[in-house]
Design a protein around this ligand. Structure first.
Ligand SMILES: NC(=O)c1ccc[n+]([C@@H]2O[C@H](COP(=O)([O-])OP(=O)(O)OC[C@H]3O[C@@H](n4cnc5c(N)ncnc54)[C@H](OP(=O)(O)O)[C@@H]3O)[C@@H](O)[C@H]2O)c1
Length: 271
């Protein structure tokens, strides 16, 4: 039925101020995967976009796929100065930001007995510090934006501590906590905060996984869920629904039972 919640046309059932048309949106990690599909989805809904990632050539391709006026900002999110410089360019180009989607991220697994602090801090540096620097750079621009919206990429892994996810899961749990805290503190400034928590999405990141990924969806489907969740200003944009319920239930189990269950899934060979 036209206009029902499920049919996905841009802007339907969405208050005017929250539609994507002409919104000035910065998406990080837009050179591939979920960020790329989200940039294309938002561009098709009439947003004015700035896209970031390290690979300038791939960003230029995404900008072409967006088929609109897209500002390409190559940068390394884990460098505070890169974020500050991006903010200056965003200010010059747009004057302000209406939404920011801090999506850039990497994944590395911990395989005991090798507990590699370098790997863990590398993941924290890109995923968590990168998002922190992005928030710092974007907030002054969001304060001058229209119905401002801060959106950050966590994961359903933040709902339950999974084996081998000491690095990746910790970074995503830290992001979720940070954004939940910020949501409260930004309320008086009328800046909404949404946290994206996907299950498995088919992207170059998950293509490296060598284990079964139940309920894996496409990046296009993920982008649609994120765009709809952004329009509704959902606090937590988690999908696919059944997968996020399973992860929440696992996270709520008594610790001993959960540990036993997860141990049976773990491939760790550590004693
Ligand atoms: N795929 C999933 O199942 C899944 C599930 C939950 C959450 N997520 C999260 O979703 C986000 C996107 O992941 P994806 O699956 O779409 O993976 P992806 O295809 O590998 O995309 C990752 C993006 O992050 C960018 N990036 C990585 N390190 C960066 C850095 N230091 N500076 C700037 N940009 C950087 C990459 O661009 P460059 O290589 O050009 O720098 C790329 O555009 C990540 O935060 C990931 O943790 C993914």
């Amino acid at each position: 039925m036209k206009g029902s919640q499920g049919d996905g046309k841009a802007g339907e059932n969405v208050p005017d101020r929250r539609r994507m048309l002409n919104r000035r949106i910065w998406v990080t990690g837009a050179s591939s995967g979920i960020g790329r599909s989200l940039a294309i989805e938002l561009a098709h809904c009439g947003a004015r976009l700035a896209i970031s990632g390290r690979d300038a050539a791939r960003l230029a391709e995404v900008a072409r796929d967006c088929a609109g006026d897209v500002l390409v900002l190559p940068m390394d999110v884990s460098q505070r100065e890169d974020n500050q410089m991006a903010a200056q360019q965003l200010e010059r180009h747009f004057g302000a930001l209406d939404s920011v989607v801090l999506n850039a991220g990497i994944c590395e697994y911990v395989d005991l007995p090798a507990f590699d602090a370098v790997s863990i801090t590398r993941v924290m540096n890109v995923n968590f510090n990168g998002l922190v620097y992005g928030v710092e750079a974007a907030l002054p621009l969001l304060r001058r934006g229209v119905a401002p919206h801060l959106v950050g990429m966590s994961s359903t892994v933040a709902f339950v501590a999974l084996p081998r996810a000491e690095a990746y899961g910790s970074s995503k749990a830290a992001i979720r906590y940070l954004l939940q805290s910020l949501r409260v503190d930004l309320l008086p400034q009328k800046i909404d905060v949404s946290i994206i928590c996907p299950g498995f999405v088919k992207t170059p990141l998950t293509d490296l996984n060598d284990f079964p990924m139940p309920m894996r969806i496409t990046a296009e489907s993920a982008a649609l869920s994120i765009r709809r969740g952004m329009e509704r200003r959902q606090h937590e944009i988690s999908f696919p629904k059944r997968f996020s319920v399973v992860m929440s239930v696992l996270g709520a189990l008594p610790s001993r039972l959960r540990t036993k269950l997860l141990r049976s899934l773990s491939r760790s060979t550590a004693a």
